[in-house]
Design a protein around this ligand. Structure first.
Ligand SMILES: *Cc1c(COP(=O)(O)O)cnc(C)c1O
Length: 414
């Protein structure tokens, strides 16, 4: 049992205690985590922290009291819309993360279909590589989920998704890119299908939103996925991923600002008066939106291009190096910053390779299907790309040595 201490502790004691508790945490600044963090340099870190602190306790629900936060939020949404194909009538909402953005999109799709099409038993159709947060949202919203197997090219199969749609389908989903493989679904064709059937089309660009446009500018082939694609209704983009902001920052963008009303809650059914919100949160941290604004303004297009270049260079080094290790192969295709490698040699246990990497301090992302290792790269990985390749080679040798622990395919997924 733990209770609030009877007597308060000093600030110095508090900080010493918190710092001491971090000893067992992974040092993400060294780039040895395959997931969870995004880091460029100390200057960006300082900008994030100072911006957050400048609004650290301001409540972004209370824009009446803090008109600054309204202008900051509007600018964040506006900058993202101009990056991601928003036309004159587009709109958006700042949220706490990709899961909230996706929840709001699914709620809006359900509410719109109920109001306009009388649908009372809604379903959504999505490729089975889509993020599980869609299933979580659907569970809460009373929506049936229809996951459709992806093709051998690791992308959604449009005809198969069409076949699973019916009169109660309220939304289609495509990823740009998905999390398991880093591949883009054929957004243009899915959006065309959604439009033909009167369904909401959501593009999950939580990973790609702030990276894919810049990777394209570097000359890589990135298919159209933006709000400008005909039939796309909404798009989620996480600023706290490749937007390089601290946690608690994502966007739900809509091609038509009027569609925001479908995820708005409004009531006056209490004594206090009207209450309205476009988010699932009430009180919202001002620091999160200020830090997102600061990251976007500090990096600018140049900074995001630099991030994209570092990531693609890291990927090139890692995929070439790992692909050259006998018994290993890179899963193809992979379009952006995520890739999977696996053992082609049946005598080689990826679980043991993973354990050997872990023992060297690399936090491994285990892939369930196919049995392999998953990486989600961010700019700092450029510095450790060659080290990683060498660590993998050593880990393979250790695994072939036959002894040692293993990390199963169901460990370390989230
Ligand atoms: C991270 C992610 C999400 C969920 O976002 P959170 O910010 O973790 O809630 C959704 N979709 C994709 C493709 C993601 O990578």
């Amino acid at each position: 049992m733990i209770a609030i201490p009877a007597a308060g502790r000093s600030p110095a004691e508090i900080m010493a205690d918190l710092t001491a508790r971090k000893v067992g945490d992974r040092d993400w600044r060294r780039g040895r985590l395959a997931v969870y963090f995004y880091w460029l340099d100390e200057e960006l870190e300082r900008v994030q922290q100072e911006a957050y602190l400048a609004f650290w306790t301001e409540n972004n629900l209370g824009q009446r009291a803090y008109p600054s936060l309204k202008t900051i939020e509007d600018e964040v949404v506006g900058m993202a819309l101009s990056l991601l194909g928003g036309g004159a009538g587009a709109g958006g909402t700042f949220t706490s993360g990709g899961s909230e953005s996706i929840f709001l999109a699914m709620m809006a799709a359900r509410n719109k279909a109920r109001a306009q099409r009388g649908i009372t038993r809604p379903n959504i159709v999505l490729p089975n590589s889509a993020h599980l947060t869609f299933d979580r949202a659907a569970e809460a919203l009373g929506i049936e989920v229809r996951r459709v197997p992806i093709g051998a090219d690791l992308r959604a199969v449009v005809e198969a998704m069409a076949a699973r749609m019916d009169a109660d389908t309220v939304a289609l989903v495509g990823s740009a890119p998905n999390y398991p493989f880093g591949t883009f679904d054929p957004i243009e064709q899915l959006a065309e299908l959604a439009m033909a059937r009167g369904a909401w089309m959501h593009v999950d660009a939580c990973v790609g939103g702030f990276l894919a446009p810049y990777v394209r500018r570097l000359g890589h082939n990135v298919p159209a996925f933006e709000l400008s694609v005909p039939g796309v209704t909404s798009l989620s983009a996480d600023i706290h991923k490749h937007g390089m902001a601290p946690k608690g920052a994502s966007l739900l963008l809509v091609a038509d600002a009027a569609d925001r009303e479908w995820h708005k809650f409004e009531s006056r059914a209490w004594q206090r008066g009207p209450y309205a919100a476009y988010t699932t949160q009430g009180t919202r941290p001002g620091g999160a939106v200020a830090a997102a604004w600061a990251a976007m303004n500090h990096l600018g297009d140049d900074g995001y291009l630099r991030c994209a270049r570092l990531i693609m260079e890291a990927k090139a080094i890692m995929t070439a190096g790992i692909g050259a290790i006998p018994g290993l192969a890179i899963l193809e295709p992979s379009d952006l910053c995520i890739f999977v490698w696996r053992a082609t040699d049946p005598a080689l246990d990826v679980g043991k390779v993973a354990a050997a990497l872990d023992a060297e301090g690399w936090l491994v992302g285990r892939q369930q299907e196919p049995d392999g290792i998953h990486l989600h790269l961010n700019p700092i990985h450029r510095e450790v790309a060659q080290d990683y390749v060498e660590a993998v080679a050593r880990a393979v040798d250790a695994a072939r040595g036959g002894h040692g622990a293993r990390i199963g395919a169901n460990e370390g997924t989230y």
